[in-house]
Design a protein around this ligand. Structure first.
Ligand SMILES: [Zn+2]
Length: 237
């Protein structure tokens, strides 16, 4: 096999490697992963905000509960004294009864307030449960996508290793100066440094070459190198 034919095999492997690199960077799971990660971050912030709200309401609920309890305790103490028979002055008894009645009314007010906070807290709890379930689903999806990407990468990397080995093998049979020329041209021609000339068409750019030029290329002595005037690829007759 001629050095130019070997060069075409190098070109084939390079194109295969280009496709593998492109496949690796543009895996559809990557954009999906980015979108799910953004969603998860948003829902995570929502969960934290809801937790803050719930905790605030809960601490107010507990504060009111403590207040209601201590008032109930005071009412109990006062009623004990009231009915103990130790106070005989009717005016004093009347005043104490009035205090007890007022305390009971206040306690009821606090309990109503506490109930409102409890209802608010329950609404927070429901919203939190929903948001946390959504977050768990999103995180599971993120994990699934990461695993799928890792699998695809492993598969592509294995194919890449095979192609690289084949490429290196063909490259050893191409003269270094020709290989360097090819690589430079490939860099300027979207990956096509060498191409087969079929009929009068360059297989890199698919444009026609003038027939006299085609004749010259076909009759050129062994070892001479021709280039496509259109795209600059090394032409292999
Ligand atoms: Zn061309």
């Amino acid at each position: 096999m001629s050095t130019l034919d070997e060069l075409l095999l190098v070109q084939e492997r390079d194109l295969a490697l280009d496709r593998l690199r492109h496949r690796r960077t543009s895996l559809p799971e990557r954009s999906e992963l980015a979108a799910r990660e953004t969603d998860a971050a948003r829902v995570d912030a929502e969960v934290k905000e809801l937790q803050r709200g719930r905790d605030e309401v809960l601490s107010e609920e507990r504060r009111l509960d403590d207040e209601a309890r201590s008032m109930a305790e005071r009412v109990r103490e006062m009623e004990q004294r009231l009915y103990s028979g130790t106070i005989s002055s009717p005016r004093e008894l009347q005043a104490m009864q009035a205090d007890v009645d007022m305390l009971k009314r206040n306690r009821e007010g606090i309990e109503d307030n506490e109930l409102e906070f409890m209802e608010q807290r329950e609404r927070f709890d429901q919203q939190l449960a929903t948001a946390e379930a959504t977050l768990a689903e999103l995180r599971a999806e993120v994990e699934r996508l990461r695993a799928a990407i890792a699998d695809a990468e492993r598969e592509i990397d294995a194919e890449t290793a095979v192609e690289e080995e084949a490429r290196a093998d063909h490259a050893t049979r191409v003269t270094p100066s020709l290989l360097a020329d090819y690589e430079r041209r490939r860099g300027h021609n979207r990956g096509a440094g060498a191409a087969r000339l079929i009929g009068d068409t360059c297989q890199a750019c698919h444009l026609s070459i003038p027939s006299t030029e085609v004749e010259n290329i076909r009759r050129a002595p062994e070892g001479s190198i021709s280039y496509c005037d259109n795209c600059g690829a090394i032409l292999v007759p």
